[in-house]
Design a protein around this ligand. Sequence first.
Ligand SMILES: Cc1cc2nc3c(=O)[nH]c(=O)nc-3n(C[C@H](O)[C@H](O)[C@H](O)COP(=O)(O)OP(=O)(O)OC[C@H]3O[C@@H](n4cnc5c(N)ncnc54)[C@H](O)[C@@H]3O)c2cc1C
Length: 455
Amino acid sequence: MDFFDVVVIGGGSAGYAAASKAQSNGAKVAIIDKGPLGGLCILRGCMPTKTILRSSDVLALMHRAKEFGLSVSNPSADLSLINDRKTRLIKEFASYRIEQLNDPKFKLIEEHASFLSPNKIKVGELVLSAKKFIIATGSTVADFPIPGLSEAGFFTSDDLLELRETPESMVVLGAGPVAVELAQFFCRIGTKTTLIQRSDYILSKGDEDLARPVEKRFREEGMEVYTGTKLLRVEKSRDGRTIIFSHKGIEKSVTASIILQALGRKPNINGLNLPAASVNIDQGRIAVDQEMRTNIPHIFAVGDVNGLHEIVHIAIEQGEIAAHNATQKDLRQFDERLKISITFTDPPVASVGLSEKECKESNIIYLKASYPFDDHGKSLCMGETHGHVKLLCSPSNGEIIGAHVVGPEAGEMIHQMVSLMFFRGTVHDLIKLPYYHPTLSEIFTYPAEELLKKL
Ligand SMILES: Cc1cc2nc3c(=O)[nH]c(=O)nc-3n(C[C@H](O)[C@H](O)[C@H](O)COP(=O)(O)OP(=O)(O)OC[C@H]3O[C@@H](n4cnc5c(N)ncnc54)[C@H](O)[C@@H]3O)c2cc1C
């Protein structure tokens, strides 16, 4: 039986970060990953989706060529070529990660791991023992019991990323980031797309005002968007698959050649045999505290498997925190103050810190101000006028407690607010910063001025 200081189960973003940190703190580390090596972000998540979205974004701009005084004849998409570009890039990203995992500073074992006891795991035919374990086994697509859905057949985001021919029509179930990014991609490359969402607006984890400009753009581009629905059943017919749902109290149906089931993911704990380690499971997720520790003090859980946030930089941060706490005497805690989320639609949506929804849920008093991109010089020059920026600040001292962008380059723009908030910057600081003209970033000065007046 091999003995380690730290055994990390899962070599994705969270697991690799944990192993790397623990090893650099002097621990003897093993990483167990059943493969394929690379992790969700690289193989089937962030990177492949953002690669293909670049193609549909360029295509959408080509369709608008006339507006910019340009002429392009019959722009169209070839999904097999888009897919080839994606595969080429993903291979490069994955091979770099595989090289990192194979570094002799760790012991990489490419097997399935399951617990035998709180201190021992079975790894293929081997038994390993360790002082500390870090579980980083990620997530899988969750099943939703919609009558007839399994029988009719559906695609997941994994399946869609392998398609080489543009589907004629598609119904997208769900409206979280994965659902809306893929819905817009397929709509833009020529698939007749319908999006069906239970909540009253898409991207319902965030504020409603941030979702509306995206819904508007989707509709302008020809997507049918139904919000506030209840899914009733799915039927298979010669024409494809029919979704029957109720919308504003009326029963409706949509038929499409394929269904994308993007209703959500669940922590991947199957096969870990957690009861043998006495690790508590809470509503399908491994419950952890701010130190990323489970109820068993020497077992940690990081990344998608703890179900806190399905966001890769948070998975990495949690991995590093767990590794630190597993190897050092002083303890680190996970801090949500600077939680960032970005959805790469067009217009994209980006947030840092608190939303209005969260403030209201936690009775946090705030001041807010917004400013629209259709009244801003640089966005008018660019022809990117959908959306707005919104700032939330504390009424007592003007500290920015939340910043939100739905509009051009939101994913890049938000990072200046991340920097400001990192240093606990205030509205007064924001006003004092210099801004080059004309830039998209200058737009933040307008809500800042309004907040200053309110303060
Ligand atoms: C379509 C899509 C798009 C996304 N886009 C973004 C984005 O743009 N930005 C963003 O921040 N996030 C995005 N995400 C989310 C992001 O990919 C995940 O939050 C992140 O990759 C999770 O990392 P992880 O390390 O927790 O899990 P994973 O990367 O899934 O790693 C888990 C590893 O554990 C291994 N494993 C599992 N069980 C066992 C076992 N029993 N024994 C041994 N090994 C095991 C697996 O083989 C795997 O390698 C996206 C997700 C999807 C699905």
